[in-house]
Design a protein around this ligand. Structure first.
Ligand code: IPM
Ligand code: MG
Length: 362
């Protein structure tokens, strides 16, 4: 089949990790008889440098014309990069928020898995890490505090800032449906995370999630307050299957969950709308401090490409071939520096890409 993929190399390590993911995708295409048509667009700092804005309308149109988007990472060092002297709506992150909104990517899937081979990197006590964990954070991505009205005003000489947290029931329902659908394909448990003891938006969240749950009698639903969830993620991560939550809570909890795996360089993500279209990116950032050194870990981006094959193209076998290649490479003891441990062989970003290409088989 023909796969139309728009790539956003972006900033920092973005171009390096996207290059490796393309190599792996090309091998998949060659082995399984597909044809990939790539187009590249600029976003974030790379777009600011050329166009003065982090995302142009042309770039959005090009992304829309594809079947899926593969992204590296955007943004720079917030204390030293000139991008952060610009007004907030012209900074790199505004490009990312802009494309999420423009493409209606309301469902953000962030798996956090403890790989057996990397269990040593898990910062938790071994009695907890020994139980392993495999959770998926389903984060609402186009509503809540991120997209509510915001302003900074001065009243009687006192500066005051206002951010608004809004959700309507339709926004909650559609993400809840995605959460339950995916739970059905996993271990059939949804933990809906909110702050219903304080926030109205959370009380609405909870009641809509309960309505949706009625259509999924085979899936267990539990509610958890966000502060408790932050605690449970380090105390007993094995209890989680799908964590369903709103935008801001999902931002924070997904960073926590990824840190708990000890290997953020391994974690993929997908942002989906209600069609097959999706934007796929690693869960980690642009790591400007190591950009251009060929030492970044490309695996999170490569696993994001695997998610793309599965969710946007229904190519399950091809996705599995990529995931198997990753497991093989780890088992054989190859590591990039971020996941390096004693007795393993340290390899560069591009070498890791080459090793994976060799291991993608039909
Ligand atoms: C993420 C990032 C973004 C977010 C930033 C870069 C705007 O932290 O994808 O989690 O907060 O959503
Ligand atoms: Mg984040």
């Amino acid at each position: 089949m023909e796969l139309k993929i728009t790539c956003i190399p972006g900033d920092g390590i973005g171009p390096e990790i996207v290059r490796e993911a393309k190599k792996v995708l090309d091998k998949v295409a060659q082995s399984y008889g597909h044809e990939i048509k790539y187009t590249d667009i600029l976003m974030g700092g790379a777009s600011i440098d050329v166009h003065g804005v982090p995302l142009t309308e042309e770039a959005v149109a090009q992304a829309k014309a594809a079947d899926a988007v593969l992204m590296g990472s955007i943004g720079g060092d917030t204390t030293t990069s000139p991008w952060y002297k610009l007004p907030p709506n012209l900074r790199p992150e505004a490009g990312l928020l802009g494309i999420r909104k423009a493409l209606n990517l309301f469902a953000n899937l962030r798996p956090a898995v403890l790989y057996k081979e990397l269990a040593g990197a898990c910062p938790l006590k071994t009695e907890i890490s020994d139980r392993g964990f495999d959770m998926l954070i389903m984060r609402e991505l186009t509503g809540g505090l991120y997209f509510g009205e915001r302003k900074t005003v001065e009243e009687n000489g006192i500066r005051k800032a206002i951010d608004t947290l809004t959700y309507d029931e339709n926004e909650i329902r559609r993400i809840a449906v995605k959460g339950f659908d995916i739970a059905r394909k996993r271990r059939k448990k949804v933990t809906s995370v909110d702050k219903a003891n304080v926030l109205d938006s959370s009380r609405l969240w909870r009641s809509v999630v309960e309505e949706v749950a009625k259509d999924y009698p085979d899936v267990t639903l539990e509610h958890m307050l966000v502060d408790n969830c932050a605690m449970q993620l380090v105390k007993d991560p094995a209890q989680f299957d799908v964590i369903l939550t709103e935008n801001m809570f999902g931002d924070i909890l997904s960073d926590e969950a990824s840190m708990v795996t000890g290997s953020i360089g391994m974690l993929a993500s997908a942002s989906l709308n209600d069609t097959k279209f999706g934007l796929y990116e690693p869960s980690h950032g642009s790591a400007p401090d190591i950009a251009g050194k060929d030492i970044a870990n490309p695996i999170a981006t490569i696993l994001s490409a695997a998610m793309m094959l599965r969710y946007s193209f229904d190519l399950d076998k091809e996705a599995e071939a990529v995931e198997t290649a990753v497991k093989e490479v780890l088992k054989e003891g190859y590591r990039t520096v971020d996941i390096m441990s004693e007795g393993c062989v340290q390899v560069s970003c591009s070498k890791m890409g080459d090793l994976l290409v060799e291991r993608v088989r039909k």
